[in-house]
Design a protein. Structure first.
Length: 313
């Protein structure tokens, strides 16, 4: 009896010392890692016995793991990865700071993180090389943007020409190729006869293929305001460089019998020889109070708006 018992004991011992197979090794390793994470984050963990999913805070991973390795040993770069359906990085946040390191390790080794990182690198390379899937659409967008820049450049030059020569923009009609539609639209029509870009723009506008043709009264006023602001900034920058300046203000009623104050500054131009004194008109201001106090308030307010120090006046 004792001999038989010793034989069975030796057989059992020999069986226990047998080296585990690859599948058994991976299974035991996954179980150890699962127990380790569950122990570290046990205060925020819940388990689902039916699905075999362990939820750690906002992190969910499969305790069984995902074996991405084939039986023949291929794809052995990643032996085992946890399946993270929602991590703390894209969930509700993380408040267990003592366990943050373990949570980040889980996320970093997850399949979703590796795939996202790979896609990010591939997209970055393709964008630098200009080989994204929407390459053709991007080319069309750039082509259309270039066309609109060319159209606006021509419209801005028409606006600059009329404003420089103190000419009226509008007529009795705001339609292209209508009688008495003004100098602005007249120059657009003239330019369309010789310029293919403007001809294409006018053709699309007449057909209704574009909703905004940028030839109306609103865009005309906006372009005038943009140019006026640019000119004013240049004049003010010159005045600030010269430090000292003087102002000329005069009131006159307009056609609607409203009093308006013309505001002009004089600065010394020392960049040219002989030295010159230049006068620059900056705008009109409505006057409701023509007394000395009322005019003083308007002038001081104008200087503040232009950023000029009255101490150097």
């Amino acid at each position: 009896m004792e001999s038989t018992h010793n034989k069975e004991k030796n057989v059992f011992k020999t069986h226990n010392n047998k080296k585990p197979s690859g599948a058994q090794y991976r299974k035991r390793k996954a179980e150890k890692e699962g127990k380790k994470v569950a122990h570290v984050l046990s205060d925020t963990s819940t388990s689902d016995e039916e699905d075999g999913i362990v939820s750690v805070g906002n992190v969910h991973y499969d305790e069984k793991g995902i074996d991405n390795e084939n039986d023949d040993g291929q794809d052995g770069d990643v032996k085992k990865q946890q399946s993270i359906t929602q991590t703390v990085l894209n969930g509700n946040g993380f408040n267990k700071w003592k366990n943050l390191t373990e949570a980040l390790k889980i996320h970093e080794s997850s399949k979703s993180h590796r795939i996202a990182y790979q896609l990010w690198i591939e997209t970055e390379i393709r964008m630098k090389a200009g080989e994204t899937i929407d390459k053709q659409e991007q080319k069309l967008i750039e082509k259309d943007s270039l066309r609109w820049r060319s159209v606006l450049e021509r419209l801005m030059n028409i606006t600059l020409y009329l404003a420089t020569n103190n000419m009226a923009f509008r007529g009795s009609s705001d339609k292209l190729y209508a009688v008495n539609n003004g100098k602005f639209l007249g120059l657009v029509q003239l330019l369309a006869k010789f310029d293919p870009i403007m001809l294409n723009h006018v053709t699309l506008a007449l057909k209704g293929d574009i909703s905004d043709h940028y030839c109306g009264k609103t865009i005309q006023n906006e372009m005038i305001d943009i140019m006026a602001s640019k000119v004013s900034n240049i004049i003010i920058s010159k005045a600030l460089k010269r430090t000292y300046y003087s102002i000329i203000a005069d009131c006159t009623p307009d056609v609607s019998h409203k009093e308006q104050l013309s505001f002009t500054i004089r600065i010394v131009n020392i960049s040219e020889y002989p030295i010159k004194i230049n006068e620059h008109f900056l705008g009109f201001f409505n006057v409701n109070n023509t007394t000395g106090l009322g005019l003083t308030e308007i002038i001081i307010g104008a200087l503040k708006d232009f950023g000029l120090n009255i101490s150097f006046c």
